[in-house]
Design a protein around this ligand. Structure first.
Ligand SMILES: *[C@@H]1O[C@H](CO)[C@@H](O)[C@H](O)[C@H]1NC(C)=O
Ligand SMILES: *[C@@H]1O[C@H](CO)[C@@H](O)[C@H](O)[C@H]1NC(C)=O
Ligand SMILES: *[C@@H]1O[C@H](CO)[C@@H](O)[C@H](O)[C@H]1NC(C)=O
Ligand SMILES: *[C@@H]1O[C@H](CO)[C@@H](O)[C@H](O)[C@H]1NC(C)=O
Length: 291
């Protein structure tokens, strides 16, 4: 009789204790952390993984921006893939590019990168062309349907432009300062060369007074400075970056602005009129008298 009672109590304890522990754990983890909770529920993580479907958020979208000619890496991470295969599909024409580690296109620029035992199935596209711009879908078939991850691949074409209008008017003796911007270039250009007409002047030592400062970055900026501008410095200035079409402006070096400044002064205040009177009438008279 007592033996039976002890056994009953033991059995009750055996069923109650784990349940209370589990309840306690559940409370501590909070309602939102169901995954974490499930991970603890199963005695070990491997078992938990084995029992679940491929882990993949359906219909997620990510953006990748790469410049023309570069290499794109479109990432897709799937846990618990098991025996299933990952396919990459180009949405433009529904072409299946890769399935598992195999490539189903003659275009050798496409390749799937996957290291055995990892969760990454990366689609690599080399020597990017404008027509590669578009949406790519990484998909996996599961018991409940197809799950997809979308990647929008944006192809950008780097552009160079020189700040200001197409014509720059510079006073004789002043500083020519031109700024070239390299836009839409996630990878900075390898070089930016400046040309005066057809001559490269980055390292010009013959003339002197020329400096080029290039700050590389997502928006590369190159500044050309030429001190003490002369007539011969007039002409076509071109900024040529490694990854863009060149950009050019025309520079006119002239005394034009000095003359304009004088005529502006003539017609302004009374003291200026006196100053000009002294300059144009008195000074020549004094000079004549001194002879
Ligand atoms: C992707 O780009 C679109 C617009 O082109 C934007 O609405 C969306 O939020 C971006 N997604 C991510 C994950 O950055
Ligand atoms: C993923 O979403 C698509 C579109 O909403 C749906 O057709 C498909 O059944 C979903 N897959 C799963 C496994 O839920
Ligand atoms: C593809 O190019 C068009 C036009 O240039 C642009 O509007 C679109 O957003 C691009 N799509 C992607 C996914 O980059
Ligand atoms: C400057 O020279 C380049 C190449 O020499 C030429 O393509 C461009 O049209 C010229 N620009 C101007 C403003 O003359």
């Amino acid at each position: 009789m007592t033996e039976t009672l002890i056994w009953t109590v033991c059995l009750l304890l055996a069923t109650l204790v784990p349940t209370t522990i589990q309840h306690k754990m559940k409370r501590e983890l909070g309602k939102g952390d169901s995954t974490e909770w499930q991970q603890l529920w199963y005695s070990n993580f491997e078992e938990y993984q084995r029992l679940t479907e491929p882990s993949f958020d359906n219909n997620t979208v990510s953006n990748v921006t790469v410049q023309l000619g570069g290499t794109a890496f479109l990432h897709c991470r799937v846990r618990n893939l098991g025996e299933r295969t990952i396919s990459w599909v180009r949405r433009r024409d529904w072409h299946i590019l890769t399935s598992g580690v195999f490539t189903y296109t003659n275009d050798e620029r496409f390749q799937v990168l996957h290291a055995e035992g990892t969760d990454d199935w990366t689609l690599q596209i080399k020597y990017l062309q404008k027509r590669d711009n578009g949406t790519y879908e990484c998909q996996v078939s599961t018991g409940t349907g197809i799950m997809s991850h979308f990647v929008n691949l944006h192809i950008v074409v780097p552009e160079a432009y020189i700040v200001g209008s197409g014509e720059h008017h510079i006073d004789l003796g002043s500083v020519i300062s031109l700024v070239c911007m390299i836009d839409k270039s996630p990878q900075p250009p390898q070089y930016v060369f400046w040309f005066h007409n057809n001559r490269m002047i980055n390292y010009d030592t013959a003339r002197g007074g020329i400096s080029v400062e290039t700050e590389s970055g997502p928006k590369t900026q190159s500044k050309l400075t030429i001190r003490d501008a002369h007539d011969v410095d007039s002409g076509n200035y071109t900024c040529s970056a490694s990854n863009t079409e060149p950009a050019s402006v025309f520079v006119f070096v002239s005394e034009g602005d000095k003359m304009a400044a004088i005529s502006r002064r003539k017609s302004s205040s009374g003291s200026d009129v006196i100053a000009n009177f002294l300059w144009f009438i008195v000074v020549p008279l004094v000079t004549l008298a001194a002879r």
